[in-house]
Write a protein that binds this ligand. Sequence first.
Ligand code: ADP
Ligand code: MG
Length: 327
Amino acid sequence: EVVVNRIAAGEVIQRPANALKEMMENSLDAKSTSIHIVLKQGGMKLLQIQDNGTGVRKEDMEILCERFTTSKLEKFEDLNTVTTFGFRGEALASISHVAHVTITTRTGDSKCAYRGCYSDGKLKEPPKPCAGNVGTQITVEDLFYNILTRRKALKNASEEHAKSVDVVGRYAVHNCRVAFTVKKFGECNADVRTPQDSSHVDNIRSVYGVDVAKELLEVSHVDETLSFKLHGYISNANYSVRKFVFLLFINNRLVDSSAMKKAIDFVYQAYLPKNSHPFLYLSLEILPQNVDVNVHPTKHEVHFLHEDDIIGSIQKVIDTKLLGANT
Ligand code: ADP
Ligand code: MG
């Protein structure tokens, strides 16, 4: 059974950046206002995330890494609205099946923090009291120490590090009220550092550089017929990059949509020189029941109801914006 769990876990968590994304979302769900991340060997040796959120009660630490343990489902009916992206209570469990996990956590009403070590979904011994601030620190060590095939599928440390930094940068831009840092173990300089209560534009500047942020256009649109809301910042025609940078959040979750990407690139082709590409940060809110809940956790590719119409509508919003700014 342990092996089956391990293989299943290796499907959910494929690289340090996946694990990090899940843990950042947990920190955000716990209402953190600051999230600090440290990586050793691209997160393969060590991946540590410290937040100042609500923390976990000592009584709940026992089951924290068990499969389908979640504090985010009140009743069964919630399944439809809460599990927007298909799975719940699997992230920590999966991580604990493929790495050594240590969790130090303290709630606001506790006098001290508690620390527990987990393997294969289980707390190894009762949590021990220790010093610590309110919030949670999760340390993931030796990712995939027990699955050689997964370990072999990873890239080198610097590529894995870059992938993690990329994910943190995206979350930092979207969650601009929350402070983020990510750095290599033992270094002072952070690869991403954004302050608390910042703005999307300031964080785009700090993560993606001054050039991108120079002439960003704000897009904002409410579509009553298709029931969606769009907000974001997009580069103008005078900015172009070799690689399309597209930050897409749907209902606050970082996702990919190759259909939308293609459609947007098409709009920009009318404004940009050949072989150059735009930068876009878009936050889309759609009815939770319209998002495909059967998407596998690692397949960030998302599908939703009325996809073609919504994408068409977004194309129009962007086209109008670019036209207005360039005539
Ligand atoms: P899910 O997020 O789908 O509930 P996870 O496996 O990601 O499942 O997390 C399991 C549970 O652990 C969460 O529901 C939450 O109660 C708790 N948890 C995980 N990370 C944190 C954190 N950083 N702060 C507070 N609680 C956390
Ligand atoms: Mg989670």
